[in-house]
Design a protein around this ligand. Structure first.
Ligand SMILES: [Zn+2]
Length: 492
């Protein structure tokens, strides 16, 4: 990552072959427009590039946290061309094979090949009109490339094949983003039949979509139904606000702007057309380091809020509310010391937990990774591998699984939520690297199995109860609870 202090350091210069994709940042978890482009990596002085260090492909730069991956441009092009050629060749030879088609689509999305995807999408769609997984993959690709109408068509085709709640949800969201919120209403009806109040955040989104299009009567109708169906699960302040807004603008039909519901495909702006030659703007090159690390981060800690259940829910910490979608993580900053957080379970009962976060003036020097998991059900996987000049046949990669904890703290994690790269650059012959990731804990059986083998006694009972808090009807959890409770009764 480039970085400058008082205008001196390393920086990117120029931008070419820019591609945007709508996706989730691997670092901060924001749903945003990720940007990839060719650029020069160079040393800058007073923000003016003075010495080129090489050309790079920046991959998926996040506008919120600026984090991204990159590859040397030459290597990027070579690897990309090989991967595309292989997938395209397989598809040309065997266009009727659903798995080959799936791999081709995934390769196009993975390498952000918007133009090729657009070209091939029609043929792919008609050949896969009975393959639901491929239709959903095509829908996701259209969505990622800001092609809402094509996404809508693929989702409708998939829904025709099989009526699944998650397809209904995706279609409703698509229609809301297309500013056709009234058409989304039928696809959210099933939320009213859901057990518990996990449906409320989704229905709130529908209300906001309707307000954005000026349909206040419909918005008020949905609000009343939510109040009748889930009387105990309401965030009363938020509800009062939504209701007040719609009542106020009912007569005029005024549209209320909700920024997060605006679909704005960014323009692929290229800032330099002559990237092949690096301009030596300053003939003399000075490197002056101004040490200005007066960062005082005592009193605050960076954390990732993690959702470990298959339901979205809201968490409030220090007066700020965060919506955690299933399996997601959100990066934020909170006070150190003892702080409390609140959230509501599936039937709207409020839960409060207290967490202790360490702080101190030099805490920013520690390379800590802290996850906060309010529902206590996330499954965190720590892994270690070795990079070596010579193959190590006897080496067994190390791995540990953790779950059932409110706070997970790990030190010196090299790869956060990303796979181990195949190769790394290092000066030694043999180095160890660690990574941290989250397993899919929406599957209750997997979560339970992971926990039960790692724990015993009371802890097991608590974990099963925590899961039931969000999945009250889950048959496997109920059965395990019954067995554990029988087990914990002392024998006479
Ligand atoms: Zn980010």
């Amino acid at each position: 990552m480039p970085g400058t202090i008082n205008g001196v350091g390393t920086h990117y210069w120029g931008r070419k072959n820019t591609v945007h994709i709508a996706g989730r940042c691997q670092n901060c978890g924001a749903d945003t427009n990720l940007k990839s482009y060719d650029t020069w990596y160079c040393i800058v002085f007073a923000f003016i590039p003075v010495l080129p260090l090489g050309r790079r492909r920046v991959l998926d730069e996040c506008p919120s946290c600026n984090r991204h991956n990159y590859m040397p441009l030459k290597k990027y092009r070579q690897t990309r061309d090989e991967a595309l050629e292989e997938a395209a060749e397989a598809y040309r030879t065997n266009p009727a094979d659903a798995e080959v088609a799936s791999n081709f689509i995934q390769t196009l999305i993975g390498w952000r090949q918007r133009d090729t995807f657009v070209e091939a999408s029609q043929t792919l769609e008609s050949a896969n009109r009975n393959v639901i997984d491929n239709l959903l993959l095509l829908a996701a690709a259209h969505g990622a490339f800001y092609r809402s109408q094509d996404e809508e068509r693929c989702l409708r085709a998939a829904l025709q094949l099989e009526d699944r709640p998650e397809i209904r949800w995706d279609l409703a969201l698509n229609l809301i983003l297309q500013r056709r919120s009234t058409e989304a209403i039928p696809f959210m009806q099933h939320l009213f039949e859901q057990e518990g109040a996990a449906a409320v955040p989704g229905l709130q989104l529908l209300v906001r979509g309707l307000q954005q299009d000026g349909h206040h009567d419909e918005a008020l109708g949905i609000l009343t139904r939510i109040e009748q169906t889930f009387p105990d699960a309401l965030d009363e302040k938020e509800f009062a606000r939504l209701r007040k807004d719609s009542e106020k603008h009912r007569a005029t039909g005024k549209r209320i702007r909700h920024k997060d519901l605006e679909l704005k495909p960014p323009k692929d702006k290229n800032t330099s057309g002559c990237l092949t030659a690096f301009p030596l703007l300053v003939p003399l090159f000075f490197l002056v380091i101004f040490v200005s690390l007066g960062v005082d981060s005592s009193g605050s800690a960076e954390i990732y809020l993690v959702n470990g259940v298959g339901q979205p829910y809201n968490v409030t910490i220090e007066g700020r509310q965060y919506t955690l979608s299933p399996g997601s993580r959100l990066k934020t900053s909170v006070s150190t010391g003892s702080i409390s957080l609140t959230y509501a379970n599936a039937v709207g009962e409020e839960r409060t937990r207290t967490l202790e976060l360490e702080g101190g003036f030099f805490s920013w020097l520690d390379n800590n990774l802290t996850l906060v998991n309010p529902d206590l059900c996330a499954i965190v996987l720590w892994e270690e591998t070795v990079y070596s000049q010579t193959p190590e046949e006897d080496y067994e990669p190390a791995a540990r699984v953790q779950t059932g904890q409110l706070v997970h703290t790990h030190q010196d994690i090299d790869f956060k939520f990303v796979p181990f790269p195949d190769q790394i650059e290092t000066s030694s012959d043999r180095v160890f690297r660690q990574r941290l990731s989250l397993l899919d804990s929406s599957d209750p059986t997997l979560a339970l199995a992971m926990y039960l083998v790692n724990h015993s006694g009371e802890e097991r009972l608590a974990f099963v109860k925590n899961r039931l808090d969000f999945h009250p009807g889950d048959a496997v959890s109920l059965k395990v609870l019954e067995l554990l409770e029988k087990d914990s009764v002392p024998a006479k």
